[in-house]
Design a protein around this ligand. Structure first.
Ligand code: PBG
Length: 324
């Protein structure tokens, strides 16, 4: 079709036409809000690099979650900040650990809000790696049992879904087995399947106190240069029993979301991570961009690329914008 027979502007000339032609629509149903739980009462420690986000004691966590629920956000992703760390991450699978307690409180107070728990060891190990270490090596197979026990303890506390983010090989199968053996065959696994070794996690590591004390995460998280490998990672997790697969981060990896969407018929989650949030907040504060517009454009881009759900620190703000 050639000009002047075809005039693309014909269908853009008014809001009614633009709404009719819109291919992708954002909804509050698309959002999962990540939240950080810490012990104490009345605690609301601001996270400097993530304006509007806090380390929350359980009472305040419930308050914020209620707000999310009232906006219609279907789920939160829960991270714990424990008060003690050790080499075997015992706080991660302690039945009275911070995530387990917070989950029980949330399911008690807001039963219809889905609680997804992040399953990892890095906040709980004294060295800050996502698995147990042997010298300076991250020991894959020795970590699997601890990850499985962590997931089971979350399910026992009432978690509606568990989300392993550690990137150890074989952990999805191990978690599926232990859940099935303990009558939790109905608890889905949202696997951080294509999780890249990204500098965009910086603000999160400040918030969760989970930066590694030596080395980095390159031996387990994916190389940012790789796309074909993401398909192998995702396929492997599906074969091991993942119900939903995640691509993380989102914005610098829209091509990965798109490729996974083309090849895979399971629901796809994308994690709009802490650094993506921080960049927009910082530029907005400088007066360099319209933060609200950039937020909505970012979220629609992630959905357009193929994500069915978006983990985002913008969830509350975006839900409010959609409502208005
Ligand atoms: C724990 C974990 C991380 C994030 C989610 N789960 C940090 C990491 O892998 O270092 C990052 C989330 C974000 O940046 O928003 N393994």
């Amino acid at each position: 079709m050639l000009f002047p027979d075809y005039r693309p502007r014909r269908l853009r000339q008014n809001d009614a036409f633009r709404r009719m032609m819109r291919e992708t629509k954002l909804s509050v149903d698309d959002f999962i809000l990540p939240l950080f739980a810490i012990k104490g009462k009345g605690v609301e420690n601001p996270i400097d690099s993530m304006p509007g986000h806090y380390q929350l004691s359980i009472d305040n966590l419930v308050k914020t979650s209620k707000k999310a629920y009232e906006f219609g956000i279907p789920a939160i992703m829960l991270f714990g900040i424990p008060d003690k760390k050790d080499p075997l991450a015992t706080g991660a699978y302690d039945k009275d650990g911070i995530v387990q307690k917070a989950t029980r409180a949330l399911k008690d107070k807001i039963p219809d809000l889905a609680v997804i728990t992040d399953v990892c060891l890095c906040q709980y190990t004294d060295h800050g790696h996502c698995g147990v270490v042997d010298g300076h090596i991250i020991d894959n197979d020795a970590s699997l049992d601890l990850l499985a026990r962590t997931a089971l303890s979350h399910a026992r506390a009432g978690a509606d879904m568990v989300a392993p983010s550690d990137m150890m090989d074989g952990r999805v199968a191990e978690i599926r087995n232990i859940l099935d053996e303990n009558d939790f065959s109905n608890v889905p696994i949202l696997s951080y399947a294509a999780k890249y070794c990204s500098a965009f996690y910086g603000p999160f590591r400040d918030a969760a106190h989970s930066a590694p004390k030596f080395g980095d995460r390159r031996t387990y998280q994916m190389d940012p240069a790789n796309a074909i490998e993401a398909i192998r990672e995702v396929t492997m997790d599906i074969e091991e029993g993942a119900d939903i697969i995640m691509v993380k981060p989102a914005l610098p990896y829209l091509d990965i979301i798109f490729r996974v969407r083309e090849e895979i018929d399971l629901p796809i989650a994308a994690y709009n991570v802490s650094g993506e949030y921080a960049m927009i907040k910082a530029a907005e504060k400088m007066g360099w961009i319209d933060g609200k517009k950039v937020m909505m454009e970012t979220l629609i881009a992630i959905k357009r690329a193929g994500a069915d759900m978006i983990l985002t620190y913008f969830a509350l703000e975006a839900a409010e914008a959609l409502r208005d």
